[in-house]
Design a protein around this ligand. Sequence first.
Ligand SMILES: *Cc1c(COP(=O)(O)O)cnc(C)c1O
Length: 389
Amino acid sequence: MQFIDLAAQQRRIRPVLEGRIRAVLDHGNYILGPEVPELEERLAGMTGAKHCLGCASGTDALLMVLMAWGLGPGDAVFVPPFSFFATGEAPALLGATPVMTDIDPVTFNMDPEALARAVEAVRKRDASIHPLPRAALERPLRARAVIPVDLFGQTADYDAILPIAAGHGLMVLEDAAQAFGAEYRGKKSCALGCQAAATSFFPAKPLGGYGDGGAIFTDDDALAEVLLSIRVHGKGRDKYDNVRIGVNGRLDTLQAAILLAKLEVFPEELGARRQVAGWYAKRLAGLKGVTPPSVGEGRTSVWAQYSILVSGGRRDAAAEHLKSRGIPTNIYYPTPMHLLGAFKHLGHQPEDFPVALACCRDILALPFHPYMTQDDVSAVGLALEEVLR
Ligand SMILES: *Cc1c(COP(=O)(O)O)cnc(C)c1O
């Protein structure tokens, strides 16, 4: 059994892929060729966002937005400690301070109440309100932005987060790297009322290319214009008229072409993902020691991962047993962000964010992709039963 099966997808769309790639080879516009705006228009249309800007990766998408907002030293950016490193890395790269806020134990997404407390703690420089990074105690930080993450395919709780952010003047950047196509209260991820959203086309994401890629979404015309400049070395009239510091953050024409081919099956794949998740939910229901994932009220998930919690300290034993049955698993994420070596200088203790810590101990991602069969799901369920009963 495979953890994800990109080959099954490729067999389905191979002729379309080859046609799209051939078109790029024929026109030869490898940098910002016509497939890039074509994809940007399609994605903007799918989400309802006014602007979509393809970029080189999801990480660049996050970084470029924070650059456009002028974030830097002395700024606090609120991030969940249970996410891929890039969520915290992007603000840190600009010299801003990531302020971690713990997650909801059910959805694994940012806990809005923790965010409210963290903002107050930064304002008052009072770590008794909420654990703070050392830098926030040494000097006053400006609370500038929050990056809620739509983890494993379902969005964070924006109806709760957006008013808190607005009340404190925080910019909101939705990290939708794992949630392109997800819905929240009838709206699409990347167009949920945040000032900007970032997604990723890393091959393993629900909408993945054959290499790195990402996109930014926003309704803000002025931001979109600055981002166009930042994407090409801070260009002004042209790329040799540099009016600000930027990056080389373009999406490849070839990746755009591949993504356009993949879009033809994307809606169907989302349906198949929902079906596989349904099979899992049924198979795992009532299994002792396993908490299957649950989708928050008013949301749909695109199931970037199917992650269960295994209680009683038996996660690693479960993974080992599944492996012996030919079933691969993964752990997202083995270490909460506040305990990673790169963030040692923040000075956090393990128990600062107990929910994130417990999730890292118990979480286990099971094989999941739209081409899985009900028999595959049954085999995973059986193997879990064998080890946990
Ligand atoms: C994958 C991912 C990113 C980074 O995307 P890349 O395209 O790999 O740079 C950022 N945030 C989260 C939550 C992710 O899962």
